[in-house]
Design a protein around this ligand. Structure first.
Ligand code: HAM
Length: 427
């Protein structure tokens, strides 16, 4: 049997492949990245790349060891003889904060805006929109706790969505409060869940002692059914004065800028580093349970990673595959991948070298392909058509003698004979 790709992963294919589906089109991935790049770099974000594997400790301390990501979904990386303490990164925020701290990035103008994109890994159960290797577009702004920064981060996510042409995404906005607010909320949840201990999933029984808030984003059906019947007070009811004022300021600013959002008092997010502003972006095309993106403030993250003083930060990530699914759902079209401006071929072996030289000499201008062996006239046209070339050009002995090329435009039918030296003008 031939070797297959691992479950929950995708091959991103060139358009036209038999196995092609638009959400996994290689050039669509590029299109999303280029769109995000334009929006984010105009706001001053700097591109950064970090390794796809990290110390397991980074994720344990950053994302939190009571989260599903750490408890169930880690891909560990080992190689012969090492300590085996590496994992494939499940997200980018902890890595970016690590890189910020490790490389003295605070020397750059603050707050520092960073953006990155690339594959992330979570060993989740595979279903539509949920993969084991997926891609994120990630924006972070580090070094300020101003509400204006929160509002701008949310606005930038919205701007990316608008630039892609998506019309039916909705922002669900909440706040997770400060550390003390979370503690009060956890105490409340502990009180509510303790009498029902026996009905919780084994994981949630464990969460009850370590971090009851994580019970609320449990994926276990028994937990979800229980929670649905409990009429639990939302996190938003537990905000302290400062966090509430900050949250109100974020909302006021978003209103002033015309960024649409709904308040969702129940947002808790699935990662432990969040403080204050937290949000998710939803879209019917990917289903209610799967967000297109999510983000939030993480003022406690740096200290969890070993910083002496707190470093405030906020950011978001959009799921690339889910964006592509949503775009398809809305019937949006993707830009067509570039097509050859010219396909050149020789009729006889004698003209092969000239066609190759001409093709190479034109590539600073346009996409130009050529045939690697002499072809019959019919083959030349069918090869050019299969490649979707604009012009097809061929050389036989006549063209070689007169140093010309015979051309036909496959879009318009126009035919010309041009001097080889003048080919560039046609393109
Ligand atoms: P997250 O909510 O865990 O946040 O993931 C962000 C997005 O990544 C999700 O909304 C979803 O679109 C996509 N995603 C997550 N898991 C999968 C999966 N298994 N398959 C397909 N797509 C997936 C974070 O990762 C935070 N680092 C976001 C952030 C940045 N917060 C602050 N800064």
């Amino acid at each position: 049997m031939s070797v297959k790709r691992p479950k929950g992963t995708q091959d991103f294919l060139p358009a036209g492949s038999p196995g092609f589906s638009p959400e996994f089109g290689a050039s669509n991935l590029n299109f999303l990245t280029a769109t995000a790049q334009q929006v984010l770099e105009r706001a001053g974000a700097k591109l950064i790349f970090t390794p796809v594997f990290e110390e397991a400790e980074l994720v344990k301390r950053g994302v939190g060891d009571s989260t599903d990501i750490v408890r169930k979904e880690q891909f560990t990386v080992s190689h012969h003889g090492d300590h085996g303490g590496y994992i494939l990164r499940p997200e980018g925020t902890a890595s970016l904060m690590r890189a910020y701290m490790e490389n003295g990035l605070k020397q750059l103008p603050l707050p520092l805006k960073l953006w990155t994109h690339g594959p992330m890994f979570r060993a989740e159960r595979h279903q539509k929109g949920r993969y084991r290797q997926f891609h994120q577009l990630d924006y972070e702004i580090i070094g300020s706790d101003a509400a204006l920064v929160d509002a701008e981060a949310i606005a930038l996510m919205w701007n990316v969505i608008e630039a892609l042409g998506l019309k039916h995404a909705r922002i669900k906005l909440g706040s997770i409060g400060d550390a003390a607010d979370r503690e009060r909320y956890n105490a409340y949840l502990r009180e509510r869940f303790t009498p029902l201990y026996d009905q919780l999933s084994p994981d949630s029984q464990d969460r009850l002692t370590r971090n009851p808030m994580r019970i609320l984003d449990s994926k276990a059906p028994v937990d979800q059914e229980l929670i649905a019947d409990m009429n639990i007070q939302p996190m938003l009811d537990f905000l302290g004065e400062e966090a509430a004022a900050h949250f109100a300021e974020v909302q006021r600013t978003l209103h002033a800028w015309g960024i649409p959002f709904d308040i969702d008092p129940t947002i808790v997010r699935g990662l432990d580093y969040y403080r204050r502003t937290a949000w998710e972006l939803h879209h019917e095309g990917v289903g209610a349970k799967s967000a297109l993106g999510g983000g939030g403030r993480y003022d406690g993250l740096a200290q969890a990673l070993g910083a002496k003083d707190p470093i405030p930060g906020i950011g978001w990530a959009l799921g690339v595959e889910r964006l592509l699914i949503a775009m398809q759902d809305e019937g949006l079209t993707f830009p067509a991948p570039p097509r050859p401006a010219l396909f050149l071929a020789a009729l006889d072996a004698d003209q092969l070298a000239v066609t190759a030289e001409l093709a190479l000499g034109l590539r600073h201008l346009a996409q130009v392909e050529f045939a690697y062996r002499p072809l019959k006239m019919k083959q030349i046209f069918s090869e050019a058509e299969r490649r979707n070339a604009v012009w097809v050009g061929f050389l036989g002995s006549d063209e070689a003698a007169s140093q010309t090329v015979s051309l036909k435009n496959l879009d318009t039918g126009e035919q010309r004979v041009v001097a080889q030296a003048a080919l560039a003008d046609v393109l």
